[in-house]
Design a protein around this ligand. Structure first.
Ligand code: PFF
Length: 492
């Protein structure tokens, strides 16, 4: 049997895991989730989610991958023979996520290109984003005129996939080197943007929005769902990615300390991003004489419309915009290739195909599937599918992982093994979280949000569009079963 690939060092693994965790989600998702979900009060569900599910599951995923020295499906199979499908399901979710994650990266490539001419387009930043770059149509079933896609987005998409190919086609040793740049660089850039933001007039007003709690919002179960969804998404849990990354570490390497380092780094960076975004929003509101509520927009509009508009009002705004989009790109690229790596590891472990070829095929296939999201109706599909994948599938995969280890294998023994090799020991709380707390909370949240979903269609989209979103999510599940039932070459 061939030897498993290895990271160059422990720090290469930690850096790559941080690179996976810290991504567009920290800047593009976290601030708007906070904004939607009770401002400062959101920290409570977020920390609860982090402690009861995020960190315990990250430890679990590291352990699964390291023990089995294999990607998600084989690692879960080693826990119990009937759970291989959960691993494939996770990988299918990752596959779908990469289709549109790369499209968001493509928007960033476009914005990097246009950032230099920020003063020209910023007075119409909204039109620029929707009409010029994305060329958005009137609804999910309106693909506009031939060729149905927005060319700037397609070109950016091609650049995203070519970059991913070049980085991971030669294995994790090269990844370990790339993350030496793509992890620290965006943090330095973010720091510059935080300092710039905090020294602007009106920044305090904006920050109030980020920091001042609205406790009444916590009564809404969807906010708790968003917190768990955000923690899972942000820590890259439930996608099989971390399992694959951990499988490239030697069997006796540290788990617990690494998991704490990675998750705390990720949260710290999300929090920093909140400061950068909200202080700048405060400045924008101040400059335009509006209340902060009126300048905050939901969704990607925050990073692609509002933030650039605010930058355009500052001296050297175009340069800051360039830094901002370089930051988004370097944040995103290591997250994107980590997902790809997770899927490739799963396929390679089961069937033994050459990794280089698999990466090439993956990039071409994902580029083609990404065309849906690069189409003129792409933004709607991105929103719908992101909702189902990140707010349901991830949590379900997490739930099944907890059940597999907590109920179908010896979790106390798992804790002993983890403790033997880690810098510090896990208490019994970890077992309790995996076995009882996380599953109960996950079931409660999934149940209540399903109820809400049935009461009120997501964002008022037509039911046929939502049905397609559900079908795509369900097909990930079915594909999971199918892959698990196929015969493989290794480990069978
Ligand atoms: N954690 C990444 C982010 O916050 O943007 C997204 C992500 C990367 C999710 C890798 C899942 C994954 F496997």
């Amino acid at each position: 049997m061939s030897l498993r690939e290895r990271w160059g060092s422990r720090s290469a693994f930690v850096m790559a895991a941080i690179g996976s965790a810290v991504g567009l989600g920290n800047v593009w998702r976290y601030p708007y989730v906070v904004y939607k979900s009770g401002g400062g009060a959101f920290l409570i569900p977020f920390l609860v989610a982090l402690l009861t599910a995020g960190i315990p599951l990250m430890i679990l995923e590291y352990w699964l991958g390291q023990r089995a020295q294999a990607g998600a499906p084989q690692s879960l199979k080693k826990t119990h023979k009937n759970f291989e499908w959960v691993g494939w399901w996770a990988l299918m979710a990752a596959l779908i996520l990469t289709f549109y994650y790369a499209v968001v990266m493509s928007w960033c490539f476009n914005y990097l290109y246009y950032a230099w001419s920020l003063p020209e387009w910023s007075p119409n930043a909204k039109d620029f984003f929707f009409a010029k770059v994305l060329q958005v149509s009137s609804g999910p079933f309106d693909f506009g005129e031939f060729p149905y896609v927005a060319w700037p987005v397609v070109m950016g998409l091609a650049i995203s996939w070519i970059s991913v190919y070049l980085i991971i086609c030669k294995g994790v040793a090269r990844v370990g080197k790339v993350v030496l740049i793509t992890v620290p660089l965006p943090v330095i850039l973010l720091l510059i943007l935080v300092i710039r933001g905090m020294t602007l007039d009106g920044s305090g007003e904006g920050l109030k929005f980020f920091l001042e709690p609205n406790f009444a919002a916590l009564k809404d179960p969807t906010i708790w769902l968003s917190a768990y969804g955000q923690v899972f998404f942000s820590l890259s849990l439930g996608f099989g990615t971390l399992i694959a990354y951990a499988s490239y570490t030697p069997k006796n390497s540290d788990i617990t300390n690494n998991a704490f380092i990675v998750s705390l780094a990720d949260c710290g960076i999300s929090y920093m991003a909140g400061f950068a975004i909200f202080s700048t929003l405060g400045y924008l509101a101040f400059s335009q004489g509006l209340p902060v509520q009126d300048v905050v927009s939901k969704g990607p509009g925050l990073a692609f419309i509002v933030y650039p508009t605010a930058l355009s009002l500052m001296p050297l705004g175009a340069i800051l915009a360039v830094l901002f989009f370089i930051m988004l790109l370097t944040l995103g690229i290591d997250s994107l290739f980590s997902m790809v790596e997770g899927v490739i590891a799963g396929v390679h472990d089961k069937w033994g195909f050459s990794k280089g070829k698999l990466v090439g095929l993956y990039c071409i296939f994902a580029f083609m599937m990404g065309l849906l999201f690069a189409s003129k109706a792409g933004l709607y599909w991105l929103d719908i599918i992101d909702h189902f994948v990140t707010e349901y599938t991830l949590l379900l995969v997490g739930l099944f992982q907890c059940v597999a280890v907590g109920w179908f294998s010896n979790i106390s023994q798992a804790r002993q093994e983890i403790n033997k090799q880690s810098d510090f020991s896990l208490g019994i709380w970890w077992e309790l979280c995996i076995k009882y707390i996380a599953p109960v909370i996950l079931v409660a949240i999934l149940g209540s949000s399903l109820y809400q979903e049935l009461q009120k269609p997501y964002e008022g989209y037509p039911s046929q569009a939502l049905a397609i979103g559900v079908a795509m999510t369900a097909s990930a599940f079915l594909a999971g079963w199918l892959f698990a039932s196929l015969k493989g070459r290794h480990h069978e």
